[in-house]
Design a protein around this ligand. Structure first.
Ligand code: ADP
Ligand code: FRU
Length: 302
């Protein structure tokens, strides 16, 4: 049971996978034979990455999602433990293909080209999510993927909140990134809406400012909209309707932008847990995400 006075956790619910990065100093031409500078195997997945960032930034963090049993699972779960992320509720499936991404990193530009494989691994279900004791959490961040199940999870957290005291209410955030998953349910339900550039562009917005204004009119009155826009930085608007913008933080040389958005989301969550003002939250998010772009992987971002 939750110990009164103990630290409540930030839970990230979504994808974990294995990322295999092939690092080159250029982008390969189709049907040519290339040599890499280095290859990196690391855990990946939006929510797994964000959870690792949240943990590094001093919050108790937990990740929940599904994985296929096997050596690759041991590897990515060990890495999550090393980051200090709890993984006790990860649901393991036997005999499924392991979710993985093959990624080409062009260090000349820092660009990342992702080819993701998730063939037959079942996503987290609502009944699996129901095994959690919500008293342990102060914030639950959802990735907009299997929305039929995820929307029920969001409803369950909202129901929990209705009967909880103000201080025990769980902040709910949701990430709208891939339009194909139709994450629209988040827009009117979550407390913090992360709108990724990819999703905003799909809806016809050409800047983070326009996206933040556009989505702010559709969220709950008490909600905050945050939108990251690559090297253009990020924008946000809270319940007071004031628009904030922060330029991207330059790490000097950009070498690897893989997971910049996941890092940004994790840093925003950690900063909001500290109740910083929204402009400080944005600055912090861009600083941590920018630092990540100047290095490989997610270590040492504190
Ligand atoms: P995603 O990984 O979802 O494509 P973005 O590219 O929108 O995410 O980047 C998220 C955040 O990471 C940006 O708001 C910015 O702060 C930082 N960032 C991304 N690309 C760069 C870059 N080239 N230089 C500095 N910061 C960057
Ligand atoms: C980066 C990332 C990778 C993963 C891919 C899945 O944002 O989470 O770690 O392979 O996206 O789409």
């Amino acid at each position: 049971m939750f110990q009164p006075g103990g630290d409540k956790k930030v839970l990230c619910a979504g994808l974990i996978c294995l990322d295999i990065l092939s690092v080159l100093d250029h982008y390969p031409v189709e049907d040519t034979d290339n040599r890499i500078e280095r290859q990196i195997w690391q855990k990946g997945g939006n929510c797994a990455n964000s959870a690792a960032v949240v943990a590094q930034l001093g919050e108790q963090a937990e990740f929940i999602g599904t994985l296929a049993t096997g050596r690759a699972a041991d590897m990515v779960l060990d890495e999550m433990r090393e980051f200090g992320v709890e993984i006790d509720h990860v649901v393991m499936h036997d005999g499924c293909d392991f979710p993985s991404s093959t990624i080409i990193i062009n260090t000349h530009t820092g660009s990342r080209t992702i080819i993701h494989a998730d063939k037959d691994l079942p996503e987290l279900t609502f009944s699996q999510f129901q095994q959690l004791d919500l008293n342990w959490y102060k914030w639950i961040h959802f990735e907009g993927r299997n929305m039929t199940e995820v929307s029920q999870m969001v409803n369950a957290v909202q129901e929990f909140n209705h009967s909880a005291s103000m201080e025990d209410r769980i902040i709910i955030s949701g990430e709208c990134e891939k339009a194909k998953y139709q994450p629209e349910y988040f827009i009117s339900t979550v407390d913090v809406l992360f709108v990724a550039k990819e999703y905003a562009q799909h809806h016809g917005f050409t800047t983070a400012k326009a996206a933040v204004h556009g989505f702010h009119s559709r969220v709950k009155k008490s909600a905050t909209v945050v939108c990251a826009w690559g090297e253009a930085g990020a924008d946000a608007m809270g319940p007071d309707g004031v628009h904030h913008h922060t330029d991207a933080y330059s790490p000097g040389q950009v070498v690897d932008t893989l997971g910049a958005g996941d890092t940004f989301n994790g840093a925003i969550i950690a900063a909001m847990c500290r109740s910083l003002p929204l402009d400080e939250v944005l600055k912090f998010g861009c600083r941590v995400a920018g630092r990540k772009c100047g290095q490989f992987g997610y270590r040492g971002l504190r």
